[in-house]
Design a protein around this ligand. Structure first.
Ligand SMILES: [Fe+2]
Ligand SMILES: [Fe+2]
Length: 388
């Protein structure tokens, strides 16, 4: 590698490390990390395993040869696989030794090697793995965070010294970012658990669905508007958490109102409306994109497109996009799900209602987008069902 190439690569690594500190959601971060490592090494596929309870737990996968499966390929994201940290597998070997492991032909591993290639994924997907590089993700103080496994370097090439050198630096940046994203996630998970303790109507399944519908609606909106891919990923990273937090302000509402089994009186409803402003107060010191988004969502998720919502009666585009999306996702989910105090509406009734409210309660453009991704919306409903 000449000096110019070396500098270019160093620059791209620096740009990358600046970019990933903005991503606060763990899944979005893993997505971006894998994409960057694959781009650099020209790898067709790859996965990330994270260390959990002394094992490697499968956390993320990408495979550009599976686009023919359409959105169906996303089901592999939800595989629940754990691998022991020992020398019996390729990832386990790299993890237990804290060493990179490069294999040129996974179907011809010498018998004396302690590790075997697990053919299950290839069998499941019809994909053919050829070569692989397993990279331990280790923080600067030596703690193993996970394994990045790259698969099938392009044009019949094998992983080389240069790839390994780059990935050593990459691994350090990645593991720090993963560590941070895990802390962020656990802080927000606890906030959500607190809200759920206070208001059992806001279940974990409901907030997960609203968070996931919201980022899917956003993505369809962003694709339609031609938003740059990296910007879209960064936005989604914070937006899922922000959307999940929409009703976090209910922690400040008294049990008498929150848990009242009957319809609220006008006065009680006025108090209830304060969950928006109380909640927004939690994010007053807006220091990050996530805080800013959370504040917008929490404060404005009951505003209506025609200006008749609360707390400020904002109208149309004055309502932040994030809040307009969450508003629709939240109402949709409340209607389509059964809750202790009400049974679920039929799909047809809900669809009619959303359509009717286009231009009054909801942003008409978003309503249209919502109906264009119905298969995804349904898949989300199936994935995050209420625990019974
Ligand atoms: Fe609310
Ligand atoms: Fe909600």
């Amino acid at each position: 590698m000449n000096e110019k190439e070396y500098n270019e690569r160093l620059n791209s690594l620096l740009r990358f490390s600046e970019q990933i500190v903005k991503i606060e959601d763990l899944d979005a971060l893993l997505d971006q990390l894998l994409l960057e490592a694959r781009r650099y090494t020209n790898s067709e596929a790859g996965s990330i395993y994270l260390v959990e309870h002394g094992k490697l737990r499968f956390a993320y996968v990408q495979n550009e040869k599976q686009t023919h499966l359409g959105s169906g390929k996303n089901r592999f994201l939800y595989n629940d696989i754990t691998i022991p940290i020992d020398e019996s597998s390729i990832s386990g070997y790299a993890a237990s030794r804290h060493e990179m492991l490069s294999i040129d032909d996974v179907y011809n591993i010498p018998d004396e090697a302690p590790y075997k290639f697990n053919t299950k994924f290839d069998e499941q997907t019809g994909y053919r793995t050829r070569n692989t590089l397993a990279v331990p993700l280790t923080t600067s103080n030596g703690a193993l965070v996970g394994i990045l496994q790259l698969i099938n370097k392009g044009k019949d090439k094998n992983y080389c010294e240069e790839d390994q050198l780059y990935l050593r630096h990459f691994g350090l940046i990645a593991s720090g970012a993963i560590d941070r994203a895990r802390i962020t996630r656990s802080v927000f998970t606890r906030m959500l658990q607190m809200a759920e303790l206070r208001d059992p109507k806001e279940t974990g399944a409901h907030v997960n669905r609203v968070g996931t519908y919201s980022i899917e609606i956003y993505q369809a909106w962003a694709e339609k508007r031609g938003v740059d891919e990296d910007e879209m990923r960064a936005f989604k990273g914070s937006f899922r958490i922000a959307a999940m937090l929409h009703d976090v302000g209910k922690v400040a509402i008294s049990d008498k109102i929150l848990k009242k089994p009957a319809k609220l009186t006008d006065d009680e409803f006025k108090v209830m409306q304060h969950h928006t402003t109380y909640g927004a107060g939690l994010f007053d010191q807006t220091s990050s994109l996530l805080d800013e988004m959370s504040r917008d969502v929490v404060l404005y998720h009951h505003e209506k497109w025609n200006g008749t919502g609360y707390p400020n009666g904002l109208k149309g585009d004055e309502i932040p996009l994030t809040a307009r999306i969450v508003s629709m996702a939240d109402v949709y989910d409340a209607l389509i799900s059964s809750r202790v105090y009400k049974s679920a509406w039929s799909e047809e009734d809900v669809d009619n209602f959303i359509r009717e409210q286009s231009g009054t309660h909801f942003d008409p453009e978003l309503v249209e987008i919502f109906f264009s991704i119905q298969d995804v919306i349904r898949a989300i409903r199936v994935k995050y069902q209420e625990a019974s």
